[in-house]
Design a protein around this ligand. Structure first.
Ligand code: NAP
Length: 286
């Protein structure tokens, strides 16, 4: 039987720490961190994410700004707004909710964000910094996974770490963070041959595939730590991870549930990054 890693509890601790540090920043320096979130179009899932980010900002004591733009907004208009926010000293963090409508190139928008305000850590400068281990911000989901691993006291050094998925926002940076902790990392993707033979060697297995119940019991080694990043909506409306929980849980030593695992960590790490951005922009060291 695996021990559950409780993302709700760990995210609550991270947020409480951010709230305390924010109150100190206000009291000592009169600085209130602020996060600007841009949403383009009316995708219902994006609306839920943006509302949750707004609520979290308010709970931290941050100033929260929202720019809701119509679906037909052009790339040029969006870049112009980002540049305006880059120049606004009242805005510490900028987040453009992805996906943006198809006629907008998301990389063009990400590149327009000032790397110092890039609290998602998707800008090429921040990606490069992560690659060489000199980072100020980490992408929120992989950073959240590391916080969960740490919360359970799991040592990464020397372990076989397998990540299934190589997206820019989760899989690739996840691999880099595990490597920085001296894990021996294999990153798998849709071209990987005999995936199960690789995943069965994992001491730490991170699934970020986007396919419900993709990781089955036979793909997991006895005693492995299994982290499920997937958030998949089933036809019955229920949320489901990438890991077949019923099959994998009896074999794993630790496992994250969905919901209540990695999901809550992403917003907590966004709050952490926004506070870091506010401190850095004001020359405040901890
Ligand atoms: P993505 O961009 O679609 O990437 C999926 C990755 O899985 C790709 O690298 C793909 O390989 C790989 N893949 C697909 N089928 C595979 C197969 N049969 N065998 C091996 N690899 C396979 O997805 P993402 O943005 O990384 O997100 C992944 C999941 O995490 C989604 O469910 C998403 O909702 C969830 N997510 C959760 C959070 C959170 O806060 N918890 C945050 C972000 C994402 P190729 O590169 O070869 O196509």
């Amino acid at each position: 039987m695996a021990k559950l890693i409780d993302g709700k509890a760990v995210s609550a601790q991270v947020k409480e720490q951010v709230r305390i540090e924010t109150a100190e920043l206000m009291a000592k320096h009169g600085i209130q961190p602020s996060l600007a979130v841009v949403i383009v179009g009316s995708d219902p899932a994006s609306r839920v994410y943006v509302n949750n980010k707004k609520k979290a900002c308010e709970a931290m004591g941050f100033k929260s700004l929202e720019y809701a733009l119509p679906e037909e907004t052009t790339q040029e208009e969006l870049v112009a707004l980002v540049k305006k926010m880059n120049a606004d000293p009242e805005i510490n963090g900028i987040l453009v909710q992805l996906p943006v409508p198809k006629h907008i190139n998301d990389m063009a928008i990400i590149k327009a964000i000032n790397p110092k305000k890039d609290v998602d850590a998707f800008h090429p400068e921040n990606v490069g910094r992560i690659a060489i281990g000199e980072f100020k911000f980490l992408p929120c989901t992989p950073a959240g996974v590391m916080a969960l691993i740490d919360s359970a006291g799991i040592e990464v050094a020397g372990k076989n770490c397998v990540v299934i998925g190589r997206s820019n926002i989760v899989g690739k940076p996840m691999g880099m963070l595990l490597m920085h902790r001296n894990g021996t990392v294999t990153v798998c993707h849709s071209y990987t041959k005999d995936l199960a033979s690789i995943t069965r060697q994992a001491d730490i297995l991170v699934a970020t595939v986007g396919k419900p119940n993709f990781v089955t019991g036979d793909m997991v080694k006895e005693g492995a730590v299994v982290i499920d990043v997937g958030i998949n909506r089933l036809d019955n409306g229920k949320l489901c991870g990438d890991v077949n929980f019923a099959e994998v849980e009896p074999k794993a030593s630790y496992i994250t549930p969905v919901p209540g695992g990695v999901g809550p960590m992403t917003i907590a790490m966004l709050m952490r990054n926004t506070l870091t951005a506010a401190k850095l922009q004001n020359g405040i060291k901890d």
